[in-house]
Design a protein. Structure first.
Length: 734
């Protein structure tokens, strides 16, 4: 049966006669109507045509547009739960048809492979004929992060000719000797098969003859069959394998381009997807023979357009290049000892190497994920503000002045209007005075602030985050509560420059101090930990002075990041308990008057430390946090954006875990979040359910305070803070 997508496609203006001809051609009783860009409009079955014929007197002028069913079923990801349909189109995000699948056939290769890189650990005969060693290899593969294990099954009497072994080439004699020594009977293989499935791994096996194929069919739990390079051109045996309907992966080692093209003629006769693997069948394969760019040619020849790399080269760095070129499947040999007898062991990876390879592949998957149009990550936005440039005033300019090109200069940092805005502001009058050299903000030229609406929030103790230099924002919001966000330079600030007002407040300690010292109260280095305590004591001293200055009515909280980050990977779970104990020890070593409390801030799994991503180990998991709070009688600052990111990455329920944390929360940082590392987002632009969060907040800990922790929210007179309050106000009304 010749399967080609075009045999399933008709256009709206195609005559009914042409539609019927297509249905006859594909022999599946259905076609799909598409527009000029091959976007799905609907389906036409032979039943649809019969019903239409009964409705009209003549079909002479009928076209596809008069018949197609708009309620056509389709799939984005090849995953179809029902098997009622004959054929289902697979579409991209624009509804363009990219494939046709047949639910009544076997599991498709594309459903098996999924969206990432499918990693196969080739055990083959590396079990050395020993079930115990085979199970140990399966355990090790299970711990590596691979998707599947591949075995081999053969009957030597079926596989090799009856020639005297003495008449065979030395290499063939060597191979037969190895197989006689280590080939595993199917009764033992089934034990390893069952164990593989118990471990949650996909099971793949290469049959080398008809009897071994029959065994695998009768086993009934094989996820895919693998055709060895030696059988790529063995058309009769290939047909036996493809007729099983089991997803099939074919290695193309030892096969020329012209031979693969001839094999493709056979492959195109079958409905179920077939993946091809590029391969060089030498052990080990020289790097200069690998010809990785041929992967692109193989994609054109693969019925499913899925290709992979079956590697026998040294190491695993070539795997990453193959993935970059287009490999969606990776197969590498797996052994416990490269010195064991047999060529496969020499080109195999030991467990530690295989695990590193898989981890690197998963990182490449993330890097290869297409995120659409180029957008800035949170870290890039931070760096853009620090390193890029803004429009600034060349002179001191008065309110009402009309901006001219000669008034403008370009200065760092990028905290104001971008130089790209220069043409849009020329001719605009200033609505505020500008000092010479001052960075220009949009509120110098345009009235952008919306009225503050907080009637549904009035029961909560709310404030805004401020720096010493923008404390006047308090007047704009008319709150009597604020959170002072400190930099290390603020520790030497002359507090006499601040207004004399009564103000309730909390203090957010700096994360970065002089000489690139990032606060870390749980550092492995005792000297570094002690210096962190010294720096946090400086924050405490300043807080004491702020208490004397503003005379708050409540005890002041100091919010701090405890530390515990690592640069390249998360720390082992068995170290986390000791870090929490050390965190409490460090807090107890701080200066301890009675006028403040220390509140550790909850953290995201992948924090941004001044434009670079890190891995955080403490105050991320709600259960660990709650245990720490109970053990040491402590409270926290719950940053819902940070914790939300952790819960999203770990696929845990946000509402349930926020509710568990609220009893231990003294202060909230409120912002939205989006997986994997979008933190500090505007309310409503992420996934957090603020209505449920605030309902629980009001019920469980109504006396706790909160501020909107929107990134860059202070700019333009707190424009984004204002928007956050208004968005919350609307959400809480529902």
């Amino acid at each position: 049966m010749n399967f080609k997508i075009q045999n399933f496609l008709v256009f709206p203006d195609d005559s009914l006669k042409k539609v019927i001809a297509k249905i006859e051609l594909n022999n599946n009783r259905i076609v799909f109507c598409v527009d000029a860009k091959y976007r799905l409009l609907g389906s036409i079955s032979d039943g649809d045509i019969r019903r239409k014929i009964l409705e009209v007197e003549s079909i002479k002028n009928l076209a596809a547009r008069d018949v197609f069913n708009q309620n056509c079923r389709y799939s984005y990801d090849y995953k179809i739960s029902s098997k009622g349909e004959i054929a289902i189109p697979v579409v991209d995000s624009d509804l363009k048809i990219i494939d046709i699948i047949f639910p009544n056939t076997s599991l498709k290769i594309k459903a098996l492979i999924g969206d990432g890189v499918y990693v196969i650990a080739e055990i083959g005969n590396n079990h050395q004929g020993d079930v115990v060693l085979g199970k140990k290899l399966i355990d090790l593969v299970s711990n590596s992060g691979a998707n599947a294990i591949k075995f081999q099954h053969r009957y030597l009497t079926q596989l090799y000719s009856t020639d005297s072994i003495d008449s065979l080439d030395l290499s063939t004699q060597y191979t037969i000797d190895l197989l006689k020594k280590y080939n595993m009977p199917f009764s033992d293989l089934k034990i390893l098969f069952d164990y593989t499935k118990e471990k949650g791994l996909d099971l793949i096996c290469t049959p080398f003859d008809s009897m071994s194929l029959k065994d695998l069919i009768e086993y009934k739990n094989i996820d895919a069959l693998k055709v060895a390079s030696a059988d790529c051109t063995n058309i009769p045996f290939l047909r036996e394998i493809l007729n099983t309907g089991i997803p099939t992966i074919i290695s193309t080692g030892m096969t020329t381009h012209e031979e693969i093209k001839k094999v493709k003629i056979t492959l195109d006769e079958y409905h179920h997807d077939i993946a091809l693997l590029h391969c060089n069948s030498t052990y080990p394969a020289p790097f200069h023979d690998l010809n990785l760019p041929y992967i692109k040619d193989l994609i054109k020849l693969s019925p499913s357009k899925i290709v992979g790399w079956s590697g026998h080269e040294r190491g695993w760095h070539i795997v990453h290049t193959a993935i970059g070129i287009g490999a969606k499947i990776v197969e590498k040999h797996f052994t416990i000892d490269k010195k064991l007898e047999g060529n496969d062991h020499q080109v195999s990876l030991i467990p530690s190497e295989f695990k590193v390879m898989v981890n690197e592949i998963r990182e490449i998957e993330k890097a290869m994920f297409y995120r659409g149009n180029r957008e800035l990550s949170q870290g890039e936005m931070m760096n853009k503000e620090n390193l890029s440039k803004s429009l600034a005033s060349k002179y001191s300019l008065k309110k009402g002045h009309i901006i001219k090109d000669s008034d403008l200069i370009i200065k760092s940092p990028g905290t104001g209007l971008s130089p790209l805005k220069i043409n849009s502001i020329l001719g605009s009058p200033l609505i505020k005075n500008l000092e010479k050299g001052q960075i220009i903000q949009s509120n110098h030229l345009f009235k952008t602030l919306e009225p503050l609406q907080i009637d549904n929030l009035s029961i909560f103790k709310m404030g805004i985050p401020i720096r010493f230099h923008d404390i006047n924002l308090i007047n704009d919001f008319k709150f009597n509560f604020a959170e002072f966000h400190l930099s290390y330079t603020d520790l030497d600030f002359d507090l006499n420059k601040l207004p004399n007002i009564q103000l309730d407040f909390v203090v957010h300690a700096p994360e970065l101090f002089e000489n690139d010292h990032i606060l870390d109260l749980v550092s492995d280095s005792e000297d570094y930990r002690r210096l962190s305590i010294t720096h946090l004591n400086r924050v405490i001293n300043l807080t004491e002075k702020l208490v004397d200055k503003f005379k708050p009515t409540n005890k002041v909280g100091i919010i701090t990041n405890i530390g515990g980050f690592s640069i390249h990977n998360f720390r082992p779970k068995n170290q986390i308990k000791d870090l929490y104990i050390l965190a409490n020890k460090s807090l107890n070593e701080l200066t301890n008057p009675n006028r403040y409390m220390i509140w550790p801030q909850t953290m995201p799994p992948y924090p941004w430390h001044f434009g670079g991503q890190r891995f955080h180990n403490l105050f991320t998991d709600p259960d660990d946090i709650i245990k720490w709070c109970k053990t040491f009688n402590q409270e926290i600052c719950l940053d819902v954006s940070h914790t939300g990111l952790y819960l999203l990455v770990e696929e845990k329920n946000l509402n349930d875990n926020f509710k568990k944390l609220i009893p231990f929360t003294a202060h909230f940082h409120i912002a939205d979040a989006k997986k994997p590392d979008g933190e500090g987002l505007q309310i409503g632009s992420g996934v957090i359910d603020f209505k449920t969060l605030f309902d629980n907040y009001q019920e469980i800990k109504p006396n706790a305070s909160f501020i909107p922790e929107i990134w860059q929210g202070h700019k333009n007179n707190g424009e984004q803070f204002r928007k956050a309050f208004n968005n919350l106000n609307i959400l809480l009304k529902k």
